[in-house]
Design a protein. Structure first.
Length: 286
């Protein structure tokens, strides 16, 4: 589990996506205290944004549960190599694929390479996202608006379309939304809007795929210590990040990954169209 750390040293990274290798302290995403029990044995998962943060923690937890893992990442090669090494250390196969999921052709390539390399596809985790705070809606350019929607929600349509012919009955689709979909965020208008769209997408897709036996659920994390945070906010906001929730601290990726394992496993066989809320104790309706 993550350390009970209420604040972190001030820090900022100038480029998105951020790099975990430049974070102090690094996020807890290696599953050091996670013990698998074969719940995903023989399965193959594809995770977007699997190189770091929540995606890395999920990839490693899946591997500990017996799954082979493919993951997509934008261009953070060092982080991706480290994630693959951790998966292979668990005795599982790994395929890391670089590319911008805002482009439909890249999404098709992610699925095609995953299936070709690992032989099948059972679990799709739509996790990658980006955010760009602005003080006012007047500051959100058309280019930023289109980019945020393309990465955060359009990519989910592209990936599901590409993955659907390969997913068997009993397959899983897990979408990462956010607490901001439920309580809003005045400086992340476009980001929180995409996260609200993901909730509706999850609910609607679960109904559309119910007759195929494919279960679709979502996870709405609260403040989680990932590379997106220092690459998004200034030093003071990073230092206070997560302190506003009832538990008084940001969560670690390790603390979110078990939610994905649950939704990917047989333990959730009677759940679809639902959203889990690992958010530090904030009470959210929905």
């Amino acid at each position: 589990m993550g350390e009970q750390q209420a604040s972190r040293p001030p820090q900022h990274q100038e480029r998105q996506p951020g790099r975990e290798t430049e974070m102090h302290p690094p996020p807890q995403s290696w599953g050091r205290h996670y013990v698998g029990s074969g719940r995903l044995a023989g399965k193959v998962a594809l995770i977007t944004g699997g190189d770091s943060g929540i995606g890395r923690a999920v990839a490693i937890a899946f591997a500990k549960e017996g799954a082979d893992v493919a993951f997509g990442y934008l261009e953070e090669t060092e982080d991706a190599v480290r994630t693959c090494a951790a998966i292979e250390q668990e005795g599982r196969r790994c395929q890391a694929i670089a590319g911008d999921i805002a482009e439909e052709s890249i999404c098709r390539r992610l699925v095609e390479r995953s299936v070709r390399t690992l032989g099948r596809l059972d679990i799709l985790v739509n996790n990658a996202g980006e955010q760009h705070p602005r003080e006012s809606i007047l500051d959100i350019s058309m280019e930023q608006l289109q980019r945020t929607f393309a990465t955060n929600i359009f990519s989910m349509f592209y990936l599901v379309k590409a993955a659907l012919p390969h997913l068997p009955a009993g397959g899983r689709i897990i979408n990462t939304t956010s607490v901001t979909a439920y309580r809003g965020s005045p400086r992340l208008l476009d980001y929180s809007s995409t996260k609200g769209a993901i909730v509706s997408f999850t609910r609607s897709l679960s109904l559309a795929l119910a007759d195929k036996g494919i279960l679709v659920n979502g996870i709405a994390p609260g403040p989680i210590w990932t590379s997106l945070i220092p690459s998004t906010f200034d030093e003071k906001k990073v230092q206070r990040f997560g302190s506003q929730v009832p538990l008084g601290r940001a969560g670690e990726p390790d603390e979110v990954a078990p939610c994905y394992v649950f939704l990917a496993s047989d333990a959730s066989s009677y759940m679809s169209g639902q959203v889990l809320h690992p958010n530090g104790g904030e009470v959210i309706n929905g």
